[in-house]
Design a protein around this ligand. Sequence first.
Ligand SMILES: Cc1cc2nc3c(=O)[nH]c(=O)nc-3n(C[C@H](O)[C@H](O)[C@H](O)COP(=O)(O)O)c2cc1C
Length: 196
Amino acid sequence: MRYNLSEIADLIKDRRTIYPEQYSSRKVAREIVENILRSATWAPTHGKTEPWRFTVFMGNETKRVAEAQQAYYRANTPEDRFSEHKVNRYATRAEATSVIIGVGMKRQESGKIPEIEEVMAVACGVQNMMLHAAAYGVGSYWSSGGFAFSEDSKKMLGLDAPDDQALGYIYLGYPAVDWPKSHRKPLEYVTNWKES
Ligand SMILES: Cc1cc2nc3c(=O)[nH]c(=O)nc-3n(C[C@H](O)[C@H](O)[C@H](O)COP(=O)(O)O)c2cc1C
């Protein structure tokens, strides 16, 4: 063995989505953010395109994410589905979070590597990041959809080519609550073995 397998397996199982409502006021240090981003860049990448791009919002800058989310939500939500609670939640979540990382996919100029592979590579990077965060005792939450995938979001993340994509915002924080537990379906449920 080259690593402590039981610790690695425990870490993978232990990584949890933890929402900003559950964060303590302890701030995530910049050095930790740098380390987890560096781990993201060690994800597999077909053709070594390294398509991940990150924008780190720290301190007061997290407010900018909330403001953009609110503006998008106000402009794009039909009246009958509009919820003032959601508008406020964008703000309270950003206030409760000392670091939000905007994640994007920079499309290779030649377009040789299929788009889905570039998106998958970035997602692998995000997983690395979230695992490394969990090792520090830092919870993470990937916020996607709606604003996160929008043109406004692309602009905010500096993704200027038409085929670039904004893929979401990762909130990071130390939980004020007990580290959450989760469960998964048994392996048999999701695996077919072909063996002869
Ligand atoms: C690509 C991706 C996008 C996600 N987007 C959201 C989201 O927009 N809102 C949300 O509440 N959770 C989001 N999640 C987190 C899932 O809800 C979470 O992973 C799931 O509940 C399992 O919990 P766990 O991460 O603690 O294992 C996202 C996860 C992934 C992989």
